[in-house]
Design a protein around this ligand. Sequence first.
Ligand SMILES: C[S@@+](CC[C@H](N)C(=O)[O-])C[C@H]1O[C@@H](n2cnc3c(N)ncnc32)[C@H](O)[C@@H]1O
Ligand SMILES: Nc1nc2[nH]cc(C(=O)O)c2c(=O)[nH]1
Ligand code: SF4
Ligand SMILES: [Mg+2]
Length: 204
Amino acid sequence: MDQVEAGTMLPLMEAFYTIQGEGFHKGTAAYFIRVGGCDVGCHWCDVKESWNATLHPPTGIDEIVTEARRYSNTIVITGGEPLTWDMGPLTSSLKQAGIAIHIETSGAYPLTGQWDWICLSPKKNMLPVGDIHKNAHELKVIVYNKHDLKFAEEQAAQVSPECMLYLQPEWSVREKVTPMIVDYVMENPRWRVSLQTHKYLNIP
Ligand SMILES: C[S@@+](CC[C@H](N)C(=O)[O-])C[C@H]1O[C@@H](n2cnc3c(N)ncnc32)[C@H](O)[C@@H]1O
Ligand SMILES: Nc1nc2[nH]cc(C(=O)O)c2c(=O)[nH]1
Ligand code: SF4
Ligand SMILES: [Mg+2]
């Protein structure tokens, strides 16, 4: 559909008001907009239902923004992979409404849109493109095994000096990898631990 190509409609999977569970803004209220479509293919992805964009109805950005502003002055755009789509129209409309806009992204597609906070969560199987590393406010690497710590350092070498660094256990192996992350952060205090606290709180 032309309007989805243009970013004036987006395949909307769900939108919900909750507490940001992860990373730097953990613990703060925000309205989440989950956009469908992702072909990065992380085998442990916790929202595989988001991958097929055709299952999620093309929704006009005016409708998305009207709903969002009823809930919060902070919006997190996630997915799926939001950068699959042109984020320009949605983010300029949210900006006009005076809303702070955050993104959760793998960076696998070119960065579009205007952002107050970029959380980059790079994936080995489809590396970030362009210069998103330089623009990231937060680097959040998911740790599934020991090799992911090496990958984390390779990614950290590409971000700005101000970028916050997080290691987040992959949920299904959290009991195994969390002790390894704890030791790593104590030895490398540039890094911080990020937990998916919303899953412990039983909230979306
Ligand atoms: C579902 S993704 C959507 C946004 C984007 N596609 C990305 O990967 O950054 C949202 C966040 O959840 C993380 N995530 C996904 N599955 C996870 C899992 N099983 N355990 C821990 N974090 C996970 C991702 O790395 C990302 O930081
Ligand atoms: N509460 C809550 N916090 C989150 N932070 C990042 C999430 C995401 O799926 O992008 C997420 C999510 O799904 N729920
Ligand atoms: S990039 Fe994000 S949405 Fe896509 S498969 Fe990986 S974790 Fe899931
Ligand atoms: Mg999530």
